[in-house]
Write a protein that binds this ligand. Structure first.
Ligand SMILES: [Zn+2]
Length: 182
C-alpha cells in the first residue's frame, strides 16, 4: 500500500514539474486526476496487516480491531503457544507475552488452556504491539526494556509497576468499555 502511494506521489511530482516548465493544461488535468486516484485509493485500501495464527484461539477479530484503533499498517502478527515458561516467580502466572521480530513483525505467545478471557489477553498484547510499533517501547533483552527512551530493568521493577504494563491495562480497559457501549 505504501509503495503504491509513493509511486502515485512521485508521478504527481513529475507532472507538477512539467506544469512549471511548460504551463500545459494537460499536465494540470493529469495532476488533478492523480490526486483523485490517490484519495479514492487511500479510502478504499484496507491496512495491509498479516495474521498467522497457529493456535486454536479465535483472536483475529480482536487483532484487527486494535490494528484499526491504532492505525497499525503493514504489521505481521504471529500467534503461537508458549513453548516454555519463565522460571522467575513474577512470571509464574504469565499467560501471554509478545516479542518483536523486526520489520514490524511480532510474535504473540499464548498459554494453552488459559482460564483468563482470551479477548482481554490478546487486546493487552496488541497494545504492546502498538507500543513497539510507535517506538514508545523498545525490546532490549528478556530483562531490559526501553520505555519513552528510558531503560528499565525488569528485574528491579515489578510487573505491575512497569509503565508499559500500566498503559496496556488502562487502554485494554478503555477498549473493553467501548466494546460494551456498542
Ligand atoms: Zn503486558
Amino acid at each position: 500500500m505504501k509503495t503504491v502511494n509513493t509511486f502515485l506521489k512521485s508521478i504527481t511530482l513529475f507532472f507538477a514539474n512539467r506544469v512549471r516548465h511548460t504551463h500545459n493544461i494537460k499536465y494540470v488535468l493529469a495532476i488533478v486526476a492523480l490526486f483523485l486516484i490517490q484519495i479514492i485509493f487511500i479510502n478504499s485500501c484496507k491496512a495491509d496487516n498479516r495474521i498467522a495464527n497457529y493456535t486454536d484461539y479465535k483472536v483475529e477479530g480482536e487483532i484487527e480491531h486494535v490494528c484499526k484503533l491504532f492505525s497499525l499498517d503493514s504489521v505481521g502478527i504471529m500467534i503461537r503457544y508458549m513453548s516454555f515458561m519463565f522460571d522467575r516467580p513474577d512470571y509464574k502466572n504469565l499467560t501471554a507475552y509478545v516479542i518483536p521480530n523486526g520489520n514490524n513483525n511480532y510474535t504473540i505467545f499464548l498459554k494453552k488452556d488459559m482460564d483468563e478471557n482470551i479477548k482481554t489477553v490478546i487486546t493487552h498484547e496488541m497494545i504492546h504491539v502498538f507500543q513497539f510499533y510507535s517506538m514508545k517501547l523498545e525490546w532490549i533483552s528478556f530483562t531490559e526494556m526501553k520505555y519513552n527512551g528510558k531503560l528499565i530493568n525488569c528485574q528491579k521493577v515489578r510487573y505491575e509497576n512497569r509503565p508499559w504494563e500500566r498503559e496496556a491495562f488502562i487502554l485494554t480497559e478503555r477498549i473493553n468499555e467501548l466494546a460494551c457501549l456498542k
